[in-house]
Design a binder for this molecule. Sequence first.
Ligand code: NAP
Length: 285
Amino acid sequence: MKINGHTRMAAVVAKPIKHSISPLIHNMAFEKTGVNGVYLAWEVEAKNLQASIENIRRFDMFGVNLSMPYKQEVIPYLDELDVSARLIGAVNTVVNKNGILVGYNTDGKGFFKSLPSFAIQGKKMTILGAGGAATAIIAQAALDNAEEIFVFTRQASYEKTVSKMAAISNQTKSRIQVLTLEDADSLQDKINQSDLLVNGTSLGMDGISMPLPEQLELPSQILVADVIYQPFETPFLKWARNQNVTAVNGLGMLLYQGAEAFELWTGKTMPSQELWQRLEELYNN
Ligand code: NAP
């Protein structure tokens, strides 16, 4: 696809961002779907965030993705928020709808799309952590009518997490219970009841740390997922696979949150399977 006078732009806005895989994903998607677009990485200072967002309208862009540290800071510069962004309190995708800038959060949808043969409706989920990625997953599970969600957080973050989860629970009429990671008995009890166990913490990025005690046992039918994709197999995923359950990393979440954004911008389906092969080549080595 040649860049010409009709080419429209999308970008990811963050700091740092030069290492991002998103330009590869979206530019391949533009090429494969025949959409005349280009996707760039804009590493901007906080003081330039507002001007960067105004450029979406000024240059008739498709929109932008936001990453750390701007997922919350961007909100005052938008015209509307979609239900997921409102619930989560963070935006990872801005869509330019004829000059109206609408904020979405596609992380949770992307996460559930990435799971093999699994629908959260009517199911129970245990999730470790309540940071940005975990909250997006919890809010989506609540919107998709999960039967019950067990959120485990550090004792030090317990009060903060309880009030955050109460807000999600009230708005979605869903059942969310907050417990502490230090309480191994409750962890085992809730895992035993769950259909899905998710590591939503950053523990495991170092290739060493585990978010829960290794002595815990997994029920045979549980699906296990990690939001981390570097390393490709975290100690948590290795621990789960050693107990012969299906366990997936966060690469699918990364791809499918992008696919949701691409569809919102272009109305076209991202060829996710083809892109998946390329991402696996890059990361699984
Ligand atoms: P975040 O908002 O900073 O949340 C980090 C979470 O990890 C918090 O719940 C935090 O607990 C917990 N945590 C950190 N250190 C801990 C420790 N020593 N013990 C227990 N809990 C600990 O970060 P985030 O944006 O959610 O990112 C979390 C991970 O998700 C990162 O590895 C990131 O790369 C990954 N991620 C993946 C995708 C994807 O598409 N696959 C998307 C976004 C993020 P406290 O609240 O107690 O501090």
